[in-house]
Design a protein around this ligand. Structure first.
Ligand SMILES: *[C@@H]1O[C@H](CO)[C@@H](O)[C@H](O)[C@H]1NC(C)=O
Ligand SMILES: *[C@@H]1O[C@H](CO)[C@@H](O)[C@H](O)[C@H]1NC(C)=O
Ligand SMILES: *[C@@H]1O[C@H](CO)[C@@H](O)[C@H](O)[C@H]1NC(C)=O
Ligand SMILES: *[C@@H]1O[C@H](CO)[C@@H](O)[C@H](O)[C@H]1NC(C)=O
Length: 641
C-alpha cells in the first residue's frame, strides 16, 4: 500500500466541505478532495490516514501557539492530554514510515520520506516546546488525577522517541541530513528522554501520595482538598501510569524537585539517588491499584464504571463508617478508557491473560451502551442504521443507551450541548486508550519475567487481534460521524452523532432534517438517582463534597487551592450560569440540563444548523477528540492489513 504524502502539505484551511450550511464557493478540485474522504460511506486507508494528518495539523496549527509553547485555550490537564495525542500520532506516523519502507523498498531519500520526517520533526519540536510550556509548578498543587495525566503524556513521548529512534537506526540513510557536527549514533530526540523521564517520575511520586488505606481498604483519593472521594479516573490513571512507569520509564538520576527551580547549574545528579528502569515499586503499585478497583464495586449493572465513591457520614460526630458506600452513578466515557492501557500493561508485565479478557469485556460493554449490536454489526434499533432515514421516519433521535445512541459514542452532555471543558476531552481519551489496547503491536513486547512460551503468546496475540478486528465496523461508524462534524476550517465538533448525517448524504445539507426532530424521553440521557454530574455542573457545595478543611480543620497539610485565575479549574466542571434561547424562549441554568428538554424541537436549538456550535463549541479539546478517533481507526485497522 502506498500513501499519497503530498497531501500533508495542504494548508489547514483547505480541508473539507462545510457540511452544516450552504457550502461556500470552491474550486472543483477541492470538491473532489472532500469527496474522497467524506462523501459516501467508504473510509479508505488513504483517506483515514490523510484525515488523521489534517486533524493533527489543525490541532497544532490552529490551537497550539509556538511562542508560548502551549495550547493557550486548554487547561493544565487537558493540555497534558493534547500532548499525549500528539506524541501518539507521531508514533503512528513513524510506524507507517517503517511499514512503507519495508513493503515498497522505498528509497530512504525520496521526497515522500523527507516530508514524513519533516512532519515528525515539526511536531516533535512542539512537544519539546510544551515541555517548558507545561505549568508544572501549578499542576503540583492540583488534584491527583491532574498529575497523572502529566505522567501518561511524557511516557507516551518516551515511547515515541524510542520507536522513532529505532527506525532511524534501522535505516541510517534517513539520518543523512543530520549535521556532521552532531557526534552521536542516536537520533537527537533521545537527548530529551532524561527530561521527559524526570517530569514523569516527579509527578508519579507526587501523585502516589494520594494512595490511602484508612478508608475503603485502599484506593487513590481524587482531590486532597475535598472530602475523600475515591473515583474511577484517579485509580485508573494510577494503574495505567504505574504500569507504564514499570515498563517504559528509563530511570532518573536527577534529584531536582521541579523544573521551575531555575538554577544556572546542572541539575543535581547525585550518585546515591536513583529511580531505576523496571523498578518493582511501580509494578506492584499498579497491581495493588487494580486489585482495589476490581473489588471496589465501582461498575454498574451495564458493566460500566460509575464515577466514584464517597464514604457516607464521614466527619459527622459519632460516625465511624470507613466504607466506600455512597456511589456517584454518573457514567462518563473516559472512565471506561484509561483502564485499558493499564490492563494491557499489566498483561505485558505479568503474562496473565485475564487482564486482556477484562479489557475486552469492558469494550464490549461500552459498545453495547452506544446502542450497537456487535454480532450483527448494526444498531440495536435496526432502523437507526441509516440515521437520516430514521430521523425522517421517526421524527426523533434514536434512543439513548447509556453512552450513546445508534452505535455512536456520546457523553450525556453531548446532546444537551452542555459539556464543560473537562467533558469535551473525554471521548478522545477513550479512543486513545482503546487504540493503545488494540494496536497491532500491543502484544509484541511482553516482559521476559512473564514467562510465556512463544506458542502460548502466539495464540494470545491471534485471539487479541481477532477480537480487536471485530470492533472495526463500530469504530468506522464512529470515525465517520466524527468526520462529519468538521466545519469549513476542518475543525471537529463535540457531538459526533449528527455528523453521521453528513456522511450518509455525501456532505449535503442533511442536517436540515434536524429541524423537525423532537426530543423524546427515551432520547434524553435520564437523570438517574444518585448521579452527580460534577464534571459538567461543578462540584456541589454540599456536605458530601465539601472542602476537607470544613470537617477536619487544617490538621492535614494541604496544598493551597489554585484559583480560577489562569484558567485552571482544579475541581472539574464550572457550574457556570448561562442563559440561552431555546425554542424562542430564554432559559437560565448551569451548564447542564437546561438546553434540552422533552418536546424541544432540535432544529430550534441547532444554531445555524450546526449542533456543534452550542455550548463551548469547537475547542482544542474537541479537536483532540477528532484526532484520537481517526488515529484509533487507523491503528486498529492495521490488524487487518
Ligand atoms: C455496589 O454498589 C451498589 C450501588 O451503590 C449497591 O447497590 C450495592 O449494594 C453494592 N454492592 C456491594 C456488594 O457493596
Ligand atoms: C461505631 O463503632 C462501634 C464499634 O464497632 C459501634 O458499636 C457503633 O455503633 C459505631 N457507631 C456508629 C455511629 O456507627
Ligand atoms: C439514507 O436515507 C436517506 C433518506 O432516506 C437516503 O437518501 C440515503 O440514500 C440513505 N443512505 C444510505 C447509505 O442508505
Ligand atoms: C435569568 O437570570 C437572570 C439573573 O439571575 C434573571 O434576571 C432573569 O429573569 C432570568 N431569566 C429567566 C428566563 O429565568
Amino acid at each position: 500500500m502506498h500513501l499519497v504524502w503530498a497531501v500533508v502539505t495542504l494548508s489547514a484551511t483547505a480541508v473539507l466541505a462545510w457540511p452544516w450550511a450552504t457550502p461556500p464557493q470552491r474550486p472543483a478540485h477541492d470538491e473532489a478532495r472532500s469527496c474522497s474522504s467524506n462523501c459516501g460511506s467508504t473510509l479508505t486507508d488513504v483517506s483515514i490516514f490523510q484525515d488523521m494528518l489534517s486533524a493533527l495539523h489543525n490541532l497544532q496549527d490552529v490551537y497550539f501557539q509556538r511562542w508560548v509553547g502551549t495550547w493557550p485555550k486548554g487547561i493544565d490537564w487537558t493540555r497534558a492530554v493534547m500532548a499525549t495525542h500528539v506524541a501518539a500520532a507521531l508514533r503512528t506516523i513513524s510506524d507507517q514510515l517503517v511499514r512503507e519502507l519495508k513493503s515498497d523498498n522505498k528509497k530512504a531519500d525520496s521526497h515522500v520520506t523527507t516530508t514524513q520526517l519533516d512532519t515528525i520533526s515539526l511536531y516533535f519540536t512542539d512537544l519539546v516546546a510544551y515541555y517548558f510550556g507545561e505549568d508544572a509548578f501549578a499542576i503540583r498543587n492540583q488534584a491527583y488525577d491532574d498529575m497523572l495525566w502529566v505522567v501518561l503524556g511524557w511516557l507516551e513521548s518516551i515511547q515515541f522517541v524510542h520507536n522513532h529512534g529505532k527506525l532511524l537506526a534501522q535505516y541510517p540513510s534517513l539520518r543523512q541530513s543530520s549535521p556532521a557536527a552532531v557526534d552521536s549514533n542516536e537520533w537527537y530526540g533521545h537527548r530529551w528522554i532524561p527530561a521527559f523521564a524526570h517530569r514523569a517520575r516527579v509527578f508519579w511520586e507526587l501523585a502516589a501520595k494520594g494512595w490511602d488505606t484508612k478508608l475503603c481498604g485502599g484506593g487513590m483519593i481524587w482531590n486532597p482538598r475535598l472530602l475523600p472521594y475515591k473515583n474511577a479516573i484517579t485509580n485508573e490513571l494510577f494503574i495505567a501510569a504505574s504500569i507504564g512507569m514499570y515498563l517504559h520509564f528509563p530511570g532518573d538520576e536527577n534529584d531536582s524537585p521541579y523544573t521551575s527551580n531555575i538554577k544556572l547549574e546542572p541539575p543535581n545528579i547525585s550518585p546515591n539517588f536513583g529511580w531505576h528502569a523496571h523498578d518493582p515499586v511501580f509494578g506492584s503499585a499498579a497491581q495493588r491499584g487494580h486489585d482495589w478497583l476490581r473489588s471496589s464495586n465501582m461498575t454498574n449493572d451495564q458493566g460500566l464504571y460509575a464515577d466514584g465513591f464517597h464514604v457516607s457520614g464521614l466527619g459527622k460526630e459519632g460516625n465511624n463508617n470507613t466504607r466506600c458506600d455512597d456511589r456517584d452513578e454518573m457514567v462518563y466515557t473516559y472512565n471506561q478508557g484509561v483502564i485499558l492501557s493499564g490492563l494491557l500493561g499489566l498483561f505485558q508485565a505479568t503474562g496473565q491473560e485475564h487482564y486482556l479478557h477484562e479489557g475486552h469485556a469492558l469494550i464490549l460493554n461500552v459498545i453495547a451502551a452506544t446502542g450497537w449490536d456487535l454480532t450483527r454489526n448494526k444498531p440495536l434499533e435496526p432502523r437507526a442504521e441509516n440515521l437520516t432515514f430514521f430521523l425522517v421516519r421517526e421524527g426523533k433521535l434514536p434512543r439513548w443507551h447509556g453512552l450513546g445512541r445508534a452505535g455512536i459514542l456520546e457523553d450525556a452532555c453531548d446532546m444537551r450541548g452542555s459539556c464543560s471543558q473537562d467533558a469535551q476531552t473525554f471521548k478522545g481519551i477513550w479512543m486513545h486508550h482503546f487504540a493503545t489496547f488494540c494496536a497491532p503491536d500491543a502484544l509484541e513486547f511482553v516482559h521476559p519475567r512473564a514467562g510465556l512460551d512463544e506458542q502460548t503468546l502466539e495464540r494470545i496475540r491471534d485471539e487479541h487481534a481477532a477480537q480487536c478486528k471485530g470492533y472495526l465496523p463500530w469504530l468506522r461508524r464512529n470515525a465517520k460521524a466524527a468526520l462529519g462534524t468538521r466545519d469549513e476550517n476542518g475543525l471537529f465538533g463535540m457531538w459526533w452523532t449528527p455528523g453521521l448525517l453528513v456522511a450518509e448524504s455525501g456532505g449535503r445539507d442533511s442536517v436540515l432534517l434536524m429541524e423537525n426532530v423532537r426530543v423524546t424521553d427515551d432520547a434524553l440521557p435520564p437523570r438517574k438517582e444518585g448521579e452527580v454530574d460534577y464534571r459538567n455542573e461543578g462540584v456541589p457545595q454540599d456536605e458530601v463534597w465539601m472542602e476537607i478543611g470544613h470537617v477536619f480543620g487544617q490538621e492535614r497539610e494541604l496544598p493551597p487551592v489554585v484559583g480560577e485565575e489562569g484558567g485552571q479549574r482544579p475541581l472539574g466542571g464550572s457550574g457556570r450560569q448561562m442563559t440561552l434561547m431555546v425554542n424562542g424562549e430564554k432559559r437560565n441554568g448551569t451548564w447542564s440540563g437546561i438546553l434540552l428538554r422533552k418536546d424541544d424541537v432540535m432544529g430550534s436549538i441547532v444554531f445555524g444548523r450546526d449542533p456543534n456550535v452550542r455550548g463551548r463549541g469547537r475547542t482544542v479539546e474537541t479537536q483532540g477528540g477528532g484526532l484520537a478517533v481517526l488515529r484509533a481507526l487507523w491503528v486498529v485497522s492495521r490488524n487487518e492489513a
